[in-house]
Design a protein around this ligand. Structure first.
Ligand SMILES: [Zn+2]
Length: 119
């Protein structure tokens, strides 16, 4: 179902023009509306809706990478990026020369940090 302009604007304002996941500022026209809980799931009870509570402002990159996955699967995907890159020869050269630095850390999404500030 198409999302109304009013809802789209409300989604954009949820995090003051930031992507809910990576936290980068996004222009309104570049924002993609992500379904926090995917619209389709194996278990019908896991399906998300078009309610504003289930809609998140997202940059194209995060929305594309999250696809129709749950937040925790998306978090695992982000956390495993260095593992995926270690097979790349150029990445290995960058590590050896020190111009590629790994920074292992827990993945915390922007909206989670924003919610912590509210508490
Ligand atoms: Zn993003």
């Amino acid at each position: 179902m198409a999302i109304s302009k009013k809802t789209r604007l409300a989604v954009y304002e949820k995090y003051s023009g930031h992507c809910a996941y990576c936290g980068r500022e996004i222009a309104y026209e570049d924002m993609q509306v992500d379904h926090f809980k995917p619209q389709r799931a194996w278990n019908p009870e896991d399906c998300g809706t078009d309610d504003i509570e289930n809609l998140m402002p997202s940059c194209r990159m995060c929305n594309h990478y999250k696809r129709a996955h749950s937040l925790e699967v998306f978090r695992q995907y982000i956390a495993s990026i260095p593992d995926k890159l270690r097979g790349n020869y150029i990445y290995k050269v960058g590590i050896v020369y020190g111009n590629v630095l790994e920074n292992p850390k827990e993945v915390t999404f922007y909206f989670e940090k924003a919610r912590e500030k509210e508490c």
